[in-house]
Design a protein around this ligand. Sequence first.
Ligand code: PLP
Length: 390
Amino acid sequence: MNFSPQLRTPGPTPIPERVQRAMAAPMINHRGPEFKALLADVVSGLQWAFQTSNDILVFPASGTGGMESAAANLLSPNERVLVPVIGAFGERFADLAEAFGAQVVRYGVPWGEAADPQDIDEILAKEPEITTVLVTHNETSTGVTNRLGEISQVVRRHGRLLVVDGVSSIGSIDLPVDSWGVDVAITASQKGWMAPPGLTMVSVSKAAWTRQGKATAPRFYFDWERARKMQAQGATFTTPAISIMFGVREALQMMRQESLPSIFRRHQRLAAAFRAAVGALGLRLLAQPEVASPTVTAVYLPEALQGDAGKDLLRTWREKYGLVVAGGQGHLTGKIFRIGHLGAVTEQDVVATASALEAGLRDHGHRFDAGAAVAAVEGVIRAPDTTLVA
Ligand SMILES: Cc1ncc(COP(=O)(O)O)c(C=O)c1O
């Protein structure tokens, strides 16, 4: 019997009891004063977490909805855009822009690698008609974090608009929206925000507003201008995701108590601990180590456990040891598994996960030194903090 399963998927993520209790509050009128206060708290908390004074808009939708809102508000038919594709969510951004009539220049790298800022520089230099770069910060399908600080410098130098899918990074990995000059940053409640899926949050810069006023793609539900006017009055156009907003408000309070630098450092430590565990188990990371993600670790299944055998392993972890991890996406289905470690995950949780990883692998005949993964994790989490700060 597993009384409390370990949810180690890279979204949805575990919800702290405090957040759960906040979401159980009685319903309120979304055109009344309590909602006005709730919206103000959520928006100001998000501005703190996004490190921005830009407008932040919230919509009842998943992260893809936030991405779609960017396409609908920023693009016009035949607009030329650049999408660095380093995994499944980069593909999604490219497909989405195409669906809105853009001419998409796809810059792809093998899955497991990050985009090279120099390549982006060269493409933008060669293609002055590209107006917009749509980039994934943290590619959840491969466990790779793009070097967004450098990419943003390049994009700014070329004077193009920068739109960032920060769905699995903002609030967990440092993304200082204002100092990096990110025009649009998008995230969703079920990731580092420790809340259920259903709320997308989008920051919009002055330059993005100027573009929004000229862009002609069709928009309705996600019309940013209408959302801004409504939010200025303390309301939203449609019925908002009230309970999730109760949860996000509480989660933001917890995040303020922990502080952003501590949160980012915790995620780096958890990721380093999982990478050490993977090595101790004789397994291989998908990501190049220097760009491995602080929020999700993608691991090749052992040769003998790929395909259906991998599905059986995931079932053993889930049913016998209460550990829920994610499988691979796209061409990596059956080849990798992914461990999510974002949001409400502690160092002690990683010890428990390493123990369950060992137990399932042992049951399926994978050979390694018993206790090696747990020892590797403990070695990392007991190390002085300073060794892990980037
Ligand atoms: C990097 C990234 N982008 C976009 C999405 C899509 O978000 P959603 O599933 O909330 O629509 C996800 C979800 O996992 C993601 O991790």
